[in-house]
Design a protein around this ligand. Structure first.
Ligand code: GN1
Ligand code: MG
Length: 363
């Protein structure tokens, strides 16, 4: 897309100021994200092309985001906070819709850019991990009384029973002819299938409650201020009904990884117990009194669950021929698979300690 085309798209939105430049931003795996710079005092904006093959119903997704951000905005105002900085502001089109649909059926959205924010790929200090946990705990707390139905933007997103259905179909198709080369990695998934399903049964039978959650809480989806406090939770595409545990587990996957998500050297990867402890303490400082016993009892396991799911999703995408995640190179999904698997193994080794940390922080 050239600048003229991008300017044309932005012109449909009710923004303030004069656009001077539109440039790529960040490293999301799914959507195309750009920053719209404006002249003078007007705010900058985030322009996104939503990925249609992943989000089949963008209007429903945007309705979720508008409902949830309106709800949080009321909470921020009640608490005397700054609603332009502590919650995403969706900018409608001049016709009042939260997206612009082009003739080629692309969906574009705009929200306000929040100045002075910092993002991270992993926590570099325990204090940052504590603050991150506190921020997600607060986000979940702001939504405890949200009682409108939300659309399921991606079917079965953190539902491992549904993921196994996709997995079995993917193996049967072997679309890219790669299955035979990853027999060892497939076994990593299969050997844990029963234990993951038995955890998920607790969600299906209501032992672990469904709540309104973010579902993509990796650290890069959080804006921090210069003092390291969570300013705002971004990337709300997957806000929907799920378990609180999924947000906890998904955050641990990034905050407490000593290596990178796609570390080419798995020996760099392990669970950093100090970051785990700090995140857990921050999170429970907000949620200690509102989580039920079954949630507290499975908090540590949720990190294994989501990391396992991520191994499965990366490996499945490799087997499918790299159709879901953006990749850099033909084996990127396999590198991600192996690095996340090492993190999972490290969590399994340290699991008793993780449970002890949760038990102490829950008191
Ligand atoms: C994707 O969009 P992004 O980069 O924040 C993915 C997450 C994965 C993550 C892996 C909608 O997140 O579920 O955990 O990559 N989002 C979607 O880093 O699939
Ligand atoms: Mg995302």
């Amino acid at each position: 897309m050239n600048q003229t085309e991008l300017h044309e798209i932005v012109s449909h939105f009710a923004i303030e100021g004069i656009v001077v430049d539109i440039e790529p931003l960040g490293a999301g795996f799914i959507n195309d994200t750009l920053r719209v710079r404006t002249a003078g005092d007007a705010p900058d904006y985030i322009l996104q092309r939503k990925n249609r093959s992943i989000f089949p119903d963008v209007p429903a997704m945007m309705a979720n985001i508008v409902a949830v951000t309106d709800h949080i905005r009321r909470k921020v105002i009640e608490a005397g906070g700054d609603p332009t900085r502590e919650v995403l502001t969706v900018i409608p089109t001049v016709d009042g819709l939260p997206y612009w649909r082009t003739i080629s059926d692309d969906y574009w959205t705009v929200c306000r850019f929040i100045d002075g924010s910092v993002t991270y790929e992993r926590a570099d200090t325990p204090l940052l991990a504590y603050k991150g946990g506190e921020g997600i705990g607060r986000f979940q707390t702001q939504l405890v009384d949200f009682d409108r139905p939300l659309a399921e933007t991606i079917k079965g997103f953190h539902n491992i029973r549904w993921r196994f259905k996709q997995w079995d179909d993917s193996l049967a198709r072997d679309a890219a002819g790669r299955k035979a080369s990853v027999a060892r990695e497939i076994e990593w998934i299969e050997s844990r299938r029963a234990s993951m399903l038995s955890f998920w049964t607790l969600v299906e039978n209501g032992t672990i409650p469904m709540r309104v959650t973010h579902n993509d809480t990796k650290i890069s989806n959080i804006l921090f201020d210069a003092a390291g406090n969570v300013m705002c939770v971004i990337d709300l595409d997957t806000v929907m009904s799920s378990t609180s545990l999924n947000d906890f587990g998904d955050a641990i996957r990034s905050y407490a990884n000593t290596g990178a998500e796609d570390d080419p050297d798995p020996d760099n990867v392990s669970l950093d117990m100090e970051m785990f402890r700090a995140y857990t303490e921050g999170y429970l400082s907000q949620r200690r009194s509102t989580l039920v016993t079954s949630e507290l009892e499975h908090l540590a396991f949720s990190a294994r669950y989501i990391t396992y799911e991520q191994v499965l999703r990366f490996l499945m995408d490799y087997i499918d021929g790299d159709v879901y995640y953006k990749t850099a190179g033909t084996d990127h999904n396999l590198v991600r698979t192996r690095a996340q698997y090492r993190l999972l193994q490290s969590m399994e080794e340290r699991y008793d300690d993780m449970c002890a940390v949760v038990a102490r922080a829950a008191k």
